[in-house]
Design a protein around this ligand. Structure first.
Ligand SMILES: Cc1cc2nc3c(=O)[nH]c(=O)nc-3n(C[C@H](O)[C@H](O)[C@H](O)COP(=O)(O)OP(=O)(O)OC[C@H]3O[C@@H](n4cnc5c(N)ncnc54)[C@H](O)[C@@H]3O)c2cc1C
Length: 149
């Protein structure tokens, strides 16, 4: 029995988890994923995830029926250890903002350049990435500074 389709969008995943009893689910993974994913290692060191030598032991620790956990995780590596984390849906960030062109110049709702106004990073509609904030932030700073001169 599955409550979530394969490759869901973020929103579908969030809503499916929210619809579960108690509004939570368990994120289960194996040693292969642990070894390749820094964030999982960090969260384990902080004691946020549960580790067990076998799937049966993990089922007991997270209080779910072993046969169902086994069926749901048949794609995982056969031998342990295994890991589990209780997860809930949360708002990660809001989207949207002013529109700016490739030179970081802000555009009005007619697509016209707003004189002397530059924007980059989280205030723009192309938000949500460190690299974009840094690259376009530098361009915006240079453009604004040259205009002041
Ligand atoms: C939970 C989460 C996870 C993310 N994960 C990733 C990721 O893995 N990879 C990735 O590329 N991006 C990620 N992002 C997006 C990334 O963090 C942002 O796109 C980026 O930090 C935007 O940089 P910024 O400088 O535009 O804004 P911010 O980093 O928000 O900086 C704005 C700064 O302005 C300050 N400030 C606000 N108002 C004032 C004021 N009136 N006076 C003085 N200072 C003020 C704030 O305190 C803040 O320090 C994540 C964002 C969130 C929320």
């Amino acid at each position: 029995e599955t409550f979530l389709k394969e490759n869901p969008t973020s929103m579908e995943r969030a809503k499916s988890i929210e619809a579960q009893t108690g509004g939570y689910a368990y994120y289960i993974y194996d040693q292969n994923l642990y070894d390749s994913y820094y964030r999982l290692q960090k969260h384990n060191k902080l004691g946020l995830h549960i580790k067990a030598d076998t799937l049966e032991e993990l089922a007991k620790k997270i209080n779910v029926p072993y046969d169902k956990l086994k069926a749901a995780t048949k794609t995982l590596k056969a031998d342990g250890p295994y890991y589990g984390a209780k997860v809930q849906s949360a708002i990660h960030m809001t989207k949207g903002g002013v529109v700016a062109d490739e030179n970081t110049q802000v555009l009005n709702d007619k697509g016209e350049k707003v004189k002397g106004l530059y924007a980059a990073g989280e205030v723009t509609s192309t938000s949500a990435a460190y690299s974009a904030a840094v690259v376009f932030g530098r361009i915006a700073g240079e453009k604004a500074a040259s205009e002041i001169k």
